[in-house]
Design a protein around this ligand. Sequence first.
Ligand SMILES: [Zn+2]
Ligand SMILES: [Zn+2]
Length: 171
Amino acid sequence: MGQRTEVFDIGRLGLSSGEGRRLELEVPVADFDFGGQRYRVPGGSVNATLDVAHTTSGYSLRLRFEAALEGPCMRCLDDAGQPVAVDAREVDQPGGGEELASPYLEDDELDLGAWARDALALALPTQIVCSDECLGLCSVCGENLNRAGADHAHEPEPDARWAPLRELRLE
Ligand SMILES: [Zn+2]
Ligand SMILES: [Zn+2]
């Protein structure tokens, strides 16, 4: 595995037009908040594959990595360990206008840390869960329903028709 790389100088690859290179890099990813919970990637970094291709007038870039997020399941609060796969692309073409300038590339310096963080945020599911089948917490007692078993239940609310009788005091 390559060394931990926050900013990568793609100019030093010395690629000429039409050439490409694949690199394995360790990219730091800071902890982040999502849905009111705190998440992190194990070790604070991901092992990423970076593809750099020198096009006729710029660069075409692809960043891929997988991360098992450390943080709570949004339903049951157990550790979720949800795997997230990231596959992001960027094109940078000087003179091609605003749309073709990558915000992560400046003077051949690729801000891998920022790109990885944003790409991960875009790849997140709407809800981070321990499993799609997670039953969450009991709305009455807060018990984890994944562990409580299928027969977990509470006495139904007392029948309202008996309420007057409970008010009755026999003294
Ligand atoms: Zn869960
Ligand atoms: Zn309960």
